[in-house]
Write a protein that binds this ligand. Structure first.
Ligand SMILES: Cc1ncc(COP(=O)(O)O)c(C=O)c1O
Length: 394
């Protein structure tokens, strides 16, 4: 099939839940993608913050190929080596005592909400009323029913209501608003330490610390959604490490297996203690193939020198973007290699123009550009991306 035939087949047969540009990618290497017409693009999306090591990383490809040849899937009815190795690494390098594996960010949040409800039912003096969940303005947690219930944008939620009852939204980065929302009937508070889809907004340290204190005071569980900002994206292994506060649960997904589907909910022992066999599960989760990939990603990203480079290159990216501040770009912000630029115009035409000029970027809201390159990006690639972007702002 040529590009036109592929685009037509997708439009004929694939449910229209995405508006895709007329490009068919056929190959990737490092920060570069190639389309069916032989055009080259600099990829500053990394598949929405997923391909942390870039495209077709050699070590990753070798591990996946070897694991596929040895064993791909056995289901969670049986033990397998790569899953055990990955779980050990995640626990030994975080606040967590246990890991629950799944296949996506929404699923990881779905699991966290279920675990919070069961924890409250098990430990609370008032198990019938301690079921409320507090989420935040601008937050995005996924599209499944539970995760959608705690996602802020009404456009995503309204067509599917009624969703989970007992969800209350407080204002992000406003501790007074959180104080008003969190009480003894709250079983969980879910928050992104750095909001991604909501416009790349880092939390203020006193806000996250205050949430920790409020959760302690009301016996509610603090859930950090690090699906987008976790695993090296901010230049710290976990975004929360920059804040001096630890959660009771944390969700991960996007970059964890470098491009294969995986999700994880990390839990403290007190939460793990209330979960029994049969309470939750997944056929595909954390099979040998995806975990072999994730082990390569984790081993590389967790190295201190790798994280230091992400911090340095993140600062450089923001510094270079700030040189574009003008009538059209009013503000630049970010955390590590997750950067945003606010526009006075709509983001979509700038994104389209950038693509036509060989640079892939995405939006985070109507008027905000989001740049989330692979964590392996280098300074030359940042310079090239920023100079292409500069030509798209006229
Ligand atoms: C912070 C956050 N949580 C959850 C999700 C949902 O992840 P998934 O699309 O893998 O279900 C996303 C996806 O963008 C996200 O950014």
């Amino acid at each position: 099939m040529d590009a036109q035939q592929i685009i037509k087949a997708e439009s004929d047969y694939v449910l229209h839940t995405y508006n895709r540009p007329p490009v068919v990618f056929t190959q990737g290497k490092g920060l570069h993608l190639y389309d069916s017409e032989g055009n080259e693009y600099l990829d500053f999306t990394s598949g929405i913050a997923v391909t942390a090591l870039g495209h077709s990383d050699e070590e990753w490809v070798t591990a996946v190929a070897q694991q596929a040849a040895a064993l791909t899937h056995v289901s969670n009815l049986y033990h397998s080596t790569p899953q055990a190795e990955l779980a050990q690494k995640l626990v030994e390098n975080s606040f967590a005592d246990k890991i629950y594996f799944c296949n996506s960010g929404a699923e990881a949040n779905e699991a966290a909400l279920k675990f919070a409800r069961k924890y409250a039912k098990t430990i609370s003096q008032s198990p019938n009323t301690k079921s409320n969940i507090v989420a935040f303005t601008g937050g995005f947690h996924g599209r499944t029913a539970g995760a959608l219930s705690v996602t802020w944008k009404e456009k995503y939620r309204t067509p599917f209501e009624p969703l989970l009852p007992g969800v209350q939204f407080a204002t992000y980065n406003d501790l007074t608003s959180a104080e008003d929302a969190i009480d003894d009937d709250t079983c969980a508070v879910i928050v992104e330490p750095v909001q991604g889809e909501g416009g790349v907004h880092p939390a203020a340290p006193e806000f996250l610390q205050g949430l920790g204190a409020l959760c302690d005071a009301h016996d509610a569980l603090l859930i950090f959604d690090e699906v987008q900002c976790g695993l090296g994206r901010t230049g710290h292994l976990w975004a929360y490490q920059a804040y001096g506060v630890e959660p009771d649960m944390m969700t991960l997904a996007k970059p964890l297996a470098g491009g294969l589907p995986i999700g994880a909910t990390l839990l403290r022992q007190k939460v793990a203690d209330v979960i029994q066999p049969g309470d939750h599960g997944s056929t595909f989760a954390a099979g040998p193939l995806v975990c072999a990939a994730a082990n390569v990603v984790f081993d590389r990203v967790s190295r201190p020198e790798f994280l230091a480079q992400v911090r340095q290159n993140g600062e450089y990216l923001q510094h270079r973007l700030k040189t574009l501040e003008s009538e059209k770009i009013t503000a630049v912000r970010g955390a590590g290699l997750l950067a945003a630029a606010d526009l006075t115009t709509e983001a979509a035409p700038v994104i389209a123009k950038a693509r036509e000029n060989g640079l892939l970027i995405i939006s985070a809201g109507e008027n905000t550009l989001r740049l989330a390159p692979a964590l392996t990006v280098n300074r030359d690639e940042i310079d090239t991306a920023v100079s292409i972007l500069a030509t798209c702002l006229d």
